[in-house]
Design a protein around this ligand. Structure first.
Ligand SMILES: NC(=O)c1ccc[n+]([C@@H]2O[C@H](COP(=O)([O-])OP(=O)(O)OC[C@H]3O[C@@H](n4cnc5c(N)ncnc54)[C@H](O)[C@@H]3O)[C@@H](O)[C@H]2O)c1
Length: 365
Protein backbone atom coordinates (compact mmCIF):
# COMPACT_ATOMS: atom_id res chain seq x y z
CA UNK A 1 0.00 0.00 0.00
CA UNK A 2 1.39 3.40 -0.98
CA UNK A 3 1.39 6.56 1.05
CA UNK A 4 -1.45 9.06 1.11
CA UNK A 5 -1.89 10.71 -2.24
CA UNK A 6 -5.35 11.68 -3.41
CA UNK A 7 -7.51 11.13 -0.41
CA UNK A 8 -6.48 13.69 2.13
CA UNK A 9 -9.78 15.50 2.28
CA UNK A 10 -13.30 15.44 1.01
CA UNK A 11 -13.23 17.12 -2.35
CA UNK A 12 -16.55 18.66 -3.42
CA UNK A 13 -15.27 19.05 -6.99
CA UNK A 14 -14.77 15.29 -7.15
CA UNK A 15 -18.39 14.62 -6.17
CA UNK A 16 -20.06 17.23 -8.39
CA UNK A 17 -22.02 15.38 -11.07
CA UNK A 18 -20.74 11.91 -10.04
CA UNK A 19 -23.40 9.21 -10.38
CA UNK A 20 -23.80 7.57 -6.99
CA UNK A 21 -26.10 4.68 -6.17
CA UNK A 22 -26.71 4.54 -2.41
CA UNK A 23 -28.62 1.67 -0.81
CA UNK A 24 -30.34 2.37 2.52
CA UNK A 25 -30.79 6.10 1.84
CA UNK A 26 -34.05 6.22 3.84
CA UNK A 27 -32.25 5.16 7.05
CA UNK A 28 -30.41 7.21 9.64
CA UNK A 29 -26.90 7.03 8.15
CA UNK A 30 -28.21 6.96 4.59
CA UNK A 31 -30.20 10.18 5.11
CA UNK A 32 -27.16 12.04 6.46
CA UNK A 33 -24.99 10.74 3.63
CA UNK A 34 -27.63 11.66 1.03
CA UNK A 35 -27.77 15.23 2.32
CA UNK A 36 -23.99 15.45 2.30
CA UNK A 37 -23.72 14.11 -1.26
CA UNK A 38 -26.52 16.44 -2.37
CA UNK A 39 -24.71 19.41 -0.84
CA UNK A 40 -21.68 18.58 -3.02
CA UNK A 41 -23.76 18.28 -6.19
CA UNK A 42 -23.64 14.50 -6.69
CA UNK A 43 -26.21 12.88 -9.00
CA UNK A 44 -27.72 10.54 -6.48
CA UNK A 45 -30.14 7.64 -6.65
CA UNK A 46 -31.19 5.81 -3.48
CA UNK A 47 -32.72 2.36 -3.24
CA UNK A 48 -34.23 1.20 0.05
CA UNK A 49 -37.45 0.27 1.79
CA UNK A 50 -39.63 2.93 3.38
CA UNK A 51 -37.97 4.78 6.27
CA UNK A 52 -37.56 2.32 9.14
CA UNK A 53 -38.90 4.64 11.86
CA UNK A 54 -41.62 7.18 12.43
CA UNK A 55 -40.59 9.96 12.68
CA UNK A 56 -37.62 9.45 10.36
CA UNK A 57 -34.76 11.74 9.40
CA UNK A 58 -35.53 10.97 5.76
CA UNK A 59 -38.93 12.72 6.09
CA UNK A 60 -38.02 15.32 8.70
CA UNK A 61 -35.09 16.63 6.61
CA UNK A 62 -36.91 16.21 3.25
CA UNK A 63 -34.04 14.09 1.95
CA UNK A 64 -35.92 12.94 -1.18
CA UNK A 65 -36.01 16.52 -2.51
CA UNK A 66 -32.44 16.40 -3.83
CA UNK A 67 -32.21 12.91 -5.26
CA UNK A 68 -33.88 10.08 -7.14
CA UNK A 69 -35.70 8.05 -4.51
CA UNK A 70 -36.71 4.44 -5.27
CA UNK A 71 -38.37 1.88 -3.05
CA UNK A 72 -36.59 -1.41 -3.80
CA UNK A 73 -36.17 -4.55 -1.70
CA UNK A 74 -32.54 -5.69 -2.00
CA UNK A 75 -33.65 -9.27 -1.31
CA UNK A 76 -34.95 -9.25 -4.90
CA UNK A 77 -31.98 -9.49 -7.30
CA UNK A 78 -34.00 -8.66 -10.42
CA UNK A 79 -35.12 -5.35 -8.94
CA UNK A 80 -31.62 -4.41 -7.81
CA UNK A 81 -30.18 -5.26 -11.25
CA UNK A 82 -32.88 -3.15 -12.96
CA UNK A 83 -31.92 -0.13 -10.85
CA UNK A 84 -28.25 -0.60 -11.60
CA UNK A 85 -28.93 -1.00 -15.37
CA UNK A 86 -31.17 2.03 -15.51
CA UNK A 87 -29.02 4.38 -13.43
CA UNK A 88 -25.49 3.33 -14.57
CA UNK A 89 -23.71 4.47 -11.38
CA UNK A 90 -20.00 5.19 -11.17
CA UNK A 91 -19.84 4.61 -7.40
CA UNK A 92 -22.04 2.27 -5.32
CA UNK A 93 -22.32 2.68 -1.54
CA UNK A 94 -24.17 -0.22 0.04
CA UNK A 95 -25.68 0.61 3.44
CA UNK A 96 -29.11 -1.04 3.36
CA UNK A 97 -29.37 -3.58 6.15
CA UNK A 98 -31.35 -4.91 9.06
CA UNK A 99 -29.04 -3.15 11.58
CA UNK A 100 -30.41 -4.02 15.04
CA UNK A 101 -28.89 -6.69 17.32
CA UNK A 102 -31.95 -7.38 19.49
CA UNK A 103 -34.34 -7.47 16.51
CA UNK A 104 -31.99 -9.97 14.83
CA UNK A 105 -32.76 -12.45 17.63
CA UNK A 106 -36.48 -12.15 16.79
CA UNK A 107 -36.03 -12.17 13.00
CA UNK A 108 -32.85 -14.07 12.09
CA UNK A 109 -34.09 -15.10 8.63
CA UNK A 110 -34.94 -11.52 7.65
CA UNK A 111 -31.59 -10.38 9.07
CA UNK A 112 -29.50 -12.93 7.13
CA UNK A 113 -31.60 -12.54 3.96
CA UNK A 114 -31.14 -8.76 3.96
CA UNK A 115 -27.58 -8.52 5.20
CA UNK A 116 -26.03 -11.48 3.41
CA UNK A 117 -28.05 -12.17 0.24
CA UNK A 118 -28.86 -8.45 -0.07
CA UNK A 119 -25.10 -7.82 -0.24
CA UNK A 120 -24.65 -10.62 -2.79
CA UNK A 121 -27.37 -9.04 -4.95
CA UNK A 122 -25.86 -5.55 -4.81
CA UNK A 123 -22.33 -6.81 -5.60
CA UNK A 124 -23.57 -9.13 -8.34
CA UNK A 125 -25.54 -6.33 -10.01
CA UNK A 126 -22.56 -3.94 -9.65
CA UNK A 127 -20.13 -6.33 -11.33
CA UNK A 128 -22.40 -6.66 -14.35
CA UNK A 129 -22.54 -2.90 -15.04
CA UNK A 130 -19.57 -1.43 -16.86
CA UNK A 131 -20.07 2.11 -15.51
CA UNK A 132 -19.20 1.03 -11.94
CA UNK A 133 -15.66 1.94 -10.86
CA UNK A 134 -15.83 1.76 -7.06
CA UNK A 135 -18.00 0.00 -4.48
CA UNK A 136 -18.15 0.35 -0.70
CA UNK A 137 -19.93 -2.19 1.49
CA UNK A 138 -20.88 -0.81 4.91
CA UNK A 139 -20.62 -3.46 7.62
CA UNK A 140 -19.83 -2.78 11.30
CA UNK A 141 -17.34 -3.12 14.16
CA UNK A 142 -19.42 -6.12 15.24
CA UNK A 143 -18.24 -8.15 12.22
CA UNK A 144 -15.09 -9.16 14.15
CA UNK A 145 -15.02 -12.29 16.30
CA UNK A 146 -15.30 -10.57 19.67
CA UNK A 147 -12.90 -11.73 22.39
CA UNK A 148 -13.99 -9.03 24.85
CA UNK A 149 -10.38 -7.93 25.01
CA UNK A 150 -9.02 -4.46 25.72
CA UNK A 151 -7.25 -3.97 22.38
CA UNK A 152 -8.84 -2.50 19.30
CA UNK A 153 -9.62 -4.90 16.43
CA UNK A 154 -7.48 -4.55 13.34
CA UNK A 155 -8.72 -4.98 9.80
CA UNK A 156 -6.90 -8.29 9.34
CA UNK A 157 -8.53 -10.01 12.31
CA UNK A 158 -11.03 -12.86 11.85
CA UNK A 159 -14.69 -12.25 11.20
CA UNK A 160 -17.26 -13.74 13.58
CA UNK A 161 -20.35 -12.75 15.52
CA UNK A 162 -22.38 -14.26 18.36
CA UNK A 163 -25.81 -12.79 17.56
CA UNK A 164 -27.47 -13.04 14.13
CA UNK A 165 -26.84 -9.38 13.27
CA UNK A 166 -23.10 -9.49 14.00
CA UNK A 167 -22.75 -12.84 12.26
CA UNK A 168 -24.67 -11.59 9.19
CA UNK A 169 -22.25 -8.66 8.91
CA UNK A 170 -19.26 -11.00 9.32
CA UNK A 171 -20.80 -13.03 6.44
CA UNK A 172 -21.29 -9.85 4.41
CA UNK A 173 -17.54 -9.21 4.83
CA UNK A 174 -16.72 -12.72 3.59
CA UNK A 175 -19.01 -12.20 0.60
CA UNK A 176 -17.18 -8.94 -0.15
CA UNK A 177 -13.81 -10.64 0.02
CA UNK A 178 -14.95 -13.47 -2.30
CA UNK A 179 -16.43 -11.00 -4.82
CA UNK A 180 -13.24 -8.94 -4.75
CA UNK A 181 -11.01 -11.93 -5.42
CA UNK A 182 -13.32 -13.80 -7.81
CA UNK A 183 -14.64 -10.94 -9.95
CA UNK A 184 -13.84 -7.34 -9.09
CA UNK A 185 -10.05 -7.53 -9.26
CA UNK A 186 -10.19 -8.88 -12.83
CA UNK A 187 -12.89 -6.38 -13.80
CA UNK A 188 -10.85 -3.44 -12.47
CA UNK A 189 -13.58 -2.41 -10.01
CA UNK A 190 -12.30 -1.23 -6.63
CA UNK A 191 -14.22 -2.80 -3.73
CA UNK A 192 -13.81 -1.97 -0.03
CA UNK A 193 -15.71 -2.72 3.17
CA UNK A 194 -16.04 -0.27 6.05
CA UNK A 195 -16.46 -1.01 9.73
CA UNK A 196 -17.64 1.85 11.91
CA UNK A 197 -18.39 1.99 15.61
CA UNK A 198 -21.62 2.91 17.36
CA UNK A 199 -22.85 5.84 15.37
CA UNK A 200 -24.80 8.64 17.01
CA UNK A 201 -26.31 11.87 15.73
CA UNK A 202 -29.47 13.92 15.42
CA UNK A 203 -32.41 12.25 13.73
CA UNK A 204 -32.01 8.65 14.90
CA UNK A 205 -35.30 7.25 16.15
CA UNK A 206 -34.37 3.52 16.00
CA UNK A 207 -35.59 1.13 18.67
CA UNK A 208 -33.08 -0.28 21.16
CA UNK A 209 -30.37 2.27 20.53
CA UNK A 210 -28.96 4.26 23.40
CA UNK A 211 -29.28 7.86 22.21
CA UNK A 212 -32.80 7.49 20.74
CA UNK A 213 -33.93 5.71 23.96
CA UNK A 214 -32.44 8.50 26.06
CA UNK A 215 -34.04 11.29 24.01
CA UNK A 216 -37.45 9.57 23.96
CA UNK A 217 -37.40 9.32 27.76
CA UNK A 218 -36.14 12.90 28.26
CA UNK A 219 -38.85 14.28 26.00
CA UNK A 220 -41.64 12.70 28.07
CA UNK A 221 -39.75 13.51 31.31
CA UNK A 222 -39.35 9.85 32.34
CA UNK A 223 -36.18 8.19 33.71
CA UNK A 224 -34.27 6.32 30.97
CA UNK A 225 -34.05 2.52 31.37
CA UNK A 226 -30.43 1.50 30.69
CA UNK A 227 -29.64 -2.16 29.96
CA UNK A 228 -25.84 -2.34 30.29
CA UNK A 229 -24.35 0.78 31.89
CA UNK A 230 -20.84 -0.65 31.95
CA UNK A 231 -20.76 -1.90 28.33
CA UNK A 232 -17.94 -0.18 26.42
CA UNK A 233 -18.35 0.81 22.79
CA UNK A 234 -16.61 2.98 20.20
CA UNK A 235 -19.00 5.98 19.98
CA UNK A 236 -18.78 8.49 17.14
CA UNK A 237 -20.89 11.17 15.52
CA UNK A 238 -22.48 9.91 12.31
CA UNK A 239 -20.54 12.44 10.19
CA UNK A 240 -17.25 10.87 11.33
CA UNK A 241 -17.52 7.48 9.58
CA UNK A 242 -19.38 9.10 6.68
CA UNK A 243 -16.39 11.38 6.10
CA UNK A 244 -14.24 8.23 6.04
CA UNK A 245 -16.54 6.56 3.48
CA UNK A 246 -16.37 9.66 1.26
CA UNK A 247 -12.58 9.87 1.44
CA UNK A 248 -12.27 6.17 0.78
CA UNK A 249 -14.65 6.33 -2.19
CA UNK A 250 -12.53 9.14 -3.72
CA UNK A 251 -9.39 7.03 -3.24
CA UNK A 252 -11.03 3.89 -4.66
CA UNK A 253 -12.26 5.79 -7.69
CA UNK A 254 -9.01 7.58 -8.38
CA UNK A 255 -6.39 5.04 -7.32
CA UNK A 256 -8.35 1.79 -7.40
CA UNK A 257 -6.99 -1.42 -6.13
CA UNK A 258 -4.55 -0.37 -3.48
CA UNK A 259 -7.48 0.83 -1.36
CA UNK A 260 -9.60 -2.28 -2.05
CA UNK A 261 -9.73 -3.86 1.40
CA UNK A 262 -11.42 -3.54 4.82
CA UNK A 263 -11.22 -0.22 6.72
CA UNK A 264 -12.04 0.66 10.32
CA UNK A 265 -13.50 4.11 10.99
CA UNK A 266 -13.79 4.49 14.74
CA UNK A 267 -13.22 7.18 17.36
CA UNK A 268 -9.98 7.96 19.14
CA UNK A 269 -9.32 5.68 22.10
CA UNK A 270 -10.60 8.16 24.68
CA UNK A 271 -14.07 8.09 23.08
CA UNK A 272 -14.48 4.36 23.54
CA UNK A 273 -16.62 4.87 26.64
CA UNK A 274 -19.04 3.00 28.90
CA UNK A 275 -22.75 3.51 28.32
CA UNK A 276 -23.00 5.11 31.78
CA UNK A 277 -20.64 7.94 30.72
CA UNK A 278 -22.83 8.79 27.73
CA UNK A 279 -26.04 8.73 29.72
CA UNK A 280 -24.63 10.95 32.45
CA UNK A 281 -23.33 13.45 29.91
CA UNK A 282 -26.65 13.49 28.10
CA UNK A 283 -28.53 14.02 31.37
CA UNK A 284 -26.31 16.98 32.25
CA UNK A 285 -26.58 18.53 28.80
CA UNK A 286 -30.36 18.17 28.66
CA UNK A 287 -31.08 19.57 32.18
CA UNK A 288 -34.79 19.59 32.82
CA UNK A 289 -34.54 16.96 35.62
CA UNK A 290 -33.44 14.15 33.27
CA UNK A 291 -32.56 10.89 35.11
CA UNK A 292 -31.78 7.23 34.39
CA UNK A 293 -32.16 3.81 36.08
CA UNK A 294 -30.73 0.38 35.30
CA UNK A 295 -33.00 -2.17 33.60
CA UNK A 296 -32.48 -5.38 35.64
CA UNK A 297 -34.42 -7.72 33.30
CA UNK A 298 -32.53 -10.57 31.57
CA UNK A 299 -31.19 -9.43 28.19
CA UNK A 300 -29.98 -11.39 25.14
CA UNK A 301 -26.20 -11.49 24.66
CA UNK A 302 -24.60 -8.34 23.27
CA UNK A 303 -20.91 -7.45 23.01
CA UNK A 304 -19.63 -5.91 26.24
CA UNK A 305 -16.26 -4.57 25.20
CA UNK A 306 -15.55 -3.46 21.67
CA UNK A 307 -12.83 -1.18 20.33
CA UNK A 308 -11.55 -0.46 16.83
CA UNK A 309 -7.94 0.14 15.82
CA UNK A 310 -8.00 3.04 13.34
CA UNK A 311 -4.28 3.21 12.53
CA UNK A 312 -4.84 2.06 8.95
CA UNK A 313 -7.33 4.81 8.05
CA UNK A 314 -5.13 7.41 9.77
CA UNK A 315 -1.91 6.34 8.08
CA UNK A 316 -3.01 5.25 4.64
CA UNK A 317 -6.03 7.45 4.01
CA UNK A 318 -5.19 10.55 6.04
CA UNK A 319 -8.53 10.27 7.81
CA UNK A 320 -8.91 11.04 11.50
CA UNK A 321 -11.71 11.71 13.97
CA UNK A 322 -12.69 15.40 14.10
CA UNK A 323 -15.57 15.75 16.58
CA UNK A 324 -14.93 14.15 19.96
CA UNK A 325 -17.72 12.50 21.90
CA UNK A 326 -18.43 15.49 24.09
CA UNK A 327 -18.98 17.68 21.01
CA UNK A 328 -21.00 14.93 19.29
CA UNK A 329 -23.40 14.84 22.25
CA UNK A 330 -23.75 18.63 22.10
CA UNK A 331 -24.58 18.45 18.39
CA UNK A 332 -27.24 15.83 19.12
CA UNK A 333 -28.87 17.82 21.90
CA UNK A 334 -28.84 20.94 19.68
CA UNK A 335 -30.35 18.94 16.82
CA UNK A 336 -33.10 17.42 18.94
CA UNK A 337 -34.02 20.71 20.59
CA UNK A 338 -34.17 22.39 17.16
CA UNK A 339 -36.48 19.62 15.93
CA UNK A 340 -38.72 19.95 19.00
CA UNK A 341 -38.95 23.70 18.37
CA UNK A 342 -40.11 23.19 14.76
CA UNK A 343 -36.92 24.33 12.97
CA UNK A 344 -36.27 23.52 9.27
CA UNK A 345 -34.32 20.32 9.82
CA UNK A 346 -33.03 20.01 6.27
CA UNK A 347 -31.16 23.26 6.61
CA UNK A 348 -30.18 22.42 10.21
CA UNK A 349 -28.55 19.18 8.96
CA UNK A 350 -26.87 21.10 6.12
CA UNK A 351 -25.44 23.54 8.66
CA UNK A 352 -24.07 20.71 10.81
CA UNK A 353 -22.51 19.10 7.72
CA UNK A 354 -20.94 22.44 6.69
CA UNK A 355 -19.62 22.95 10.24
CA UNK A 356 -18.12 19.46 10.20
CA UNK A 357 -16.51 20.03 6.83
CA UNK A 358 -14.95 23.31 7.89
CA UNK A 359 -13.67 21.70 11.13
CA UNK A 360 -12.09 19.00 8.93
CA UNK A 361 -10.30 21.67 6.92
CA UNK A 362 -9.10 23.47 10.06
CA UNK A 363 -7.70 20.25 11.50
CA UNK A 364 -5.88 19.53 8.22
CA UNK A 365 -4.42 23.03 7.90
N1 LIG B 1 -26.15 3.04 13.36
C1 LIG B 1 -25.04 2.45 13.80
O1 LIG B 1 -24.61 2.64 14.95
C2 LIG B 1 -24.25 1.58 12.88
C3 LIG B 1 -22.99 1.16 13.31
C4 LIG B 1 -22.21 0.37 12.47
C5 LIG B 1 -22.72 0.00 11.24
N2 LIG B 1 -23.97 0.40 10.84
C6 LIG B 1 -24.44 -0.03 9.52
O2 LIG B 1 -24.73 1.15 8.76
C7 LIG B 1 -25.81 0.88 7.88
C8 LIG B 1 -26.93 1.88 8.07
O3 LIG B 1 -27.39 1.80 9.42
P1 LIG B 1 -28.52 2.77 9.99
O4 LIG B 1 -28.20 2.99 11.39
O5 LIG B 1 -28.65 3.94 9.09
O6 LIG B 1 -29.80 1.85 9.86
P2 LIG B 1 -31.34 2.24 9.56
O7 LIG B 1 -32.18 1.15 10.12
O8 LIG B 1 -31.63 3.63 9.98
O9 LIG B 1 -31.42 2.17 7.96
C9 LIG B 1 -31.41 0.94 7.28
C10 LIG B 1 -31.68 1.21 5.82
O10 LIG B 1 -31.69 -0.06 5.15
C11 LIG B 1 -32.88 -0.17 4.40
N3 LIG B 1 -33.29 -1.58 4.28
C12 LIG B 1 -33.51 -2.48 5.26
N4 LIG B 1 -33.92 -3.65 4.72
C13 LIG B 1 -33.93 -3.47 3.36
C14 LIG B 1 -34.27 -4.28 2.26
N5 LIG B 1 -34.64 -5.56 2.41
N6 LIG B 1 -34.20 -3.77 1.01
C15 LIG B 1 -33.81 -2.47 0.82
N7 LIG B 1 -33.49 -1.65 1.83
C16 LIG B 1 -33.55 -2.14 3.09
C17 LIG B 1 -33.91 0.65 5.16
O11 LIG B 1 -35.00 0.96 4.32
C18 LIG B 1 -33.05 1.84 5.54
O12 LIG B 1 -32.95 2.71 4.45
C19 LIG B 1 -26.22 -0.56 8.12
O13 LIG B 1 -25.57 -1.38 7.18
C20 LIG B 1 -25.72 -0.83 9.53
O14 LIG B 1 -25.49 -2.19 9.75
C21 LIG B 1 -24.74 1.18 11.64
Amino acid sequence: MGLISVAQKINSDFWRGKRILLTGHTGFKGSWLSLWLQSMGATLRGIALDPPTNPALFDVARVAEGMEHRIVDIRDFTLVKMQMDEFQPEIVIHMAAQPLVRYSYQEPIETFATNVMGTVHVLEAARLISSVKAVINVTTDKCYENHEWVWGYRENEPMGGHDPYSSSKGCSELVTSAYRRSFFEQAGIALASVRAGNVIGGGDWSEDRLIPDVLRAFTVKMPVLIRSPSAIRPWQHVLEPLSGYLMLAQALYQEGEKYSSGWNFGPNDMDTRPVRWIVEHMTNKWDDHATWIQDKDDQPHEANYLKLDISKAKNHLGWKPIWNLELALEKIVDWHKAWLSGADMRSFCEQQIAAYQSDTKISQA
